[in-house]
Design a protein around this ligand. Structure first.
Ligand SMILES: [Zn+2]
Length: 462
């Protein structure tokens, strides 16, 4: 391999940077990679790489899919290199390869599973051509970070190498159409009870045929543009599905998957359809790699969706449900709102989804509130909505516009005090929706809710 003369000095300097950062107990998951890049712009291309590289991108679910692959692959006899503890942007990916490399620039791992932020694809794929690219889905995300799904599609179309085989979601008419000339394997979930005939979300980014501009006819809508559609005028339609969940047995927690080799059964992880999509994406990848059904299924039995994203705590006949929903991400929030309204019982919803990280530098752009389906919270089963923080008034306006009666909205300044506002006489389940930047408030709120419920139980037993 012909490398830049800058490569080895960059490798050794960056490794030294890692050692020094660790000596002082500093975070060394990002900076060393950037040091390497500064000294050698082609560093990522020059460094040794595993024989098989799997990249995972998409708006929602990429971390879950990566974690599943990282956890299942060892049971298939493969220890993958991954960027699990680092970041999914340039510095983090560079550091992952840097840490894995020996002083001669080689890596010992046979396979890599690399989560790639959509916007980093242009740089990363120029130097690290993945053999497989899983695209979980493409949606609107934060305006500031991702603009629009078409903007992201354009970036990915420029970035995806010709040799890369795609693993795409057939139910996502945006993501499944990426790099149209590349080979692809599709996964999807067949029509289910509860899917809509017409859309209920405010946002749908796939309304017209990309070839003749005719309004698409949806065979069913699952959420936003997820579903299956066809053009009434030309032959454009959702792609055929290679790996398809055709039955879900919620009681036995089993997913039946139709595959090119026949029907297979896998454990259902989580009770949310997005969890099933993520599981299916990982299973599809593993089957395409040639690992057998039994090994994958046995490994799935041990897996769980990371607790930090979803956690239900039952205390007496009441419950607290913690839900992570990325702030400024209207789709993730709408999914959470829909999940809440479909959950049985009377509910209170505490919203701690303000983007504090953003607000430190600028004022958070609140336009995303108008892309998110707060209308789903205007449901008779949602008795209370408790909001706090500097943007609480913006959330209140949005809820009022969604038709929520003002008597159900509790607005306050201090986040943790939201726990005291929940009226457990009226509700069975208190949902706490939080963002990665508000976990400190979410943890404190949960603790206060738990204390309240435990206190009540003690009173009853006395
Ligand atoms: Zn058409």
């Amino acid at each position: 391999m012909k490398r830049s003369w800058r490569f080895f000095p960059a490798l050794w300097t960056a490794k030294l940077t890692t050692a020094v950062l660790r000596l002082f107990h500093r975070n060394a998951t990002h900076l060393p990679g950037l040091v390497a890049l500064k000294l050698c712009p082609t560093f990522l291309g020059d460094i040794g790489k595993p024989k098989t590289i799997i990249a995972v991108t998409g708006t929602n679910g990429k971390t879950t899919v990566c974690n599943l692959l990282d956890d299942i692959l060892p049971d298939c006899g493969v220890q993958p290199l991954n960027n699990r503890t680092g970041s999914n942007v340039n510095g983090g990916i560079l550091t992952t390869f840097l840490n894995a490399a020996t002083l001669t620039g080689r890596v010992k791992e046979e396979m890599a599973v690399i989560e790639v932020d959509e916007r980093s694809a242009l740089f990363v794929f120029k130097y690290m051509q993945p053999d497989y690219l899983i695209v979980t889905n493409l949606f609107r995300d934060s305006f500031k970070r991702n603009a629009h799904s078409e903007f992201i599609s354009d970036i990915l179309n420029q970035a995806i190498p010709k040799k890369t085989k795609l693993i795409v979601n057939a139910d996502d008419l945006i993501g499944s159409r990426l790099a149209p000339n590349n080979d692809r394997i599709t996964f999807g979930i067949a029509h289910r009870e509860g899917d809509w005939e017409v859309r209920q979300n405010i946002v749908c980014d796939m309304v017209a045929c990309p070839y003749c501009n005719t309004v698409l006819e949806y065979d069913f809508v699952r959420y936003n543009h997820i579903g299956r559609a066809h053009c009434p005028k030309c032959d454009f339609a959702s792609p055929s599905v290679h790996y398809e969940i055709i039955a879900v047995d919620e009681e036995a927690a089993k997913l039946t998957v139709r595959t090119p080799r026949g029907e297979e059964q896998y454990r259902m992880i989580g009770d949310n359809i997005t969890d099933w999509y993520n599981t299916l994406a990982a299973v599809t990848m593993l089957r395409v790699l040639g690992f057998d059904e039994q090994t994958i299924e046995q490994s799935l039995q041990k897996q769980q969706i990371v607790k930090s994203r979803f956690e239900r705590i039952d205390i007496g006949d009441k419950a607290i449900t913690m839900l992570l929903a990325k702030g400024q991400n209207p789709i993730a929030c709408s999914r959470a709102f829909d999940y809440i309204r479909r959950t049985e019982g009377k509910k209170a919803v505490i919203l701690l989804i303000e983007d504090y990280y953003d607000a430190k530098h600028t004022s958070e752009n609140v336009a995303w509130l108008y892309d998110a389906d707060f209308e789903f919270l205007n449901d008779p089963s949602v008795e209370q909505i408790v909001i706090a923080g500097v943007r609480a008034a913006d959330f209140r306006v949005r809820l009022l516009l969604a038709g929520v009666d003002d008597s159900r909205i509790v607005c306050m300044r201090e986040e943790v005090a939201t726990a005291d506002a929940v009226d457990f006489e009226r509700v069975d389940n208190a949902f706490v929706l939080f963002d990665v930047y508000t976990t400190m408030f979410a943890d404190a709120t949960r603790e206060r809710l738990e204390n309240r419920l435990n206190g009540q139980n003690e009173e009853v037993s006395q």
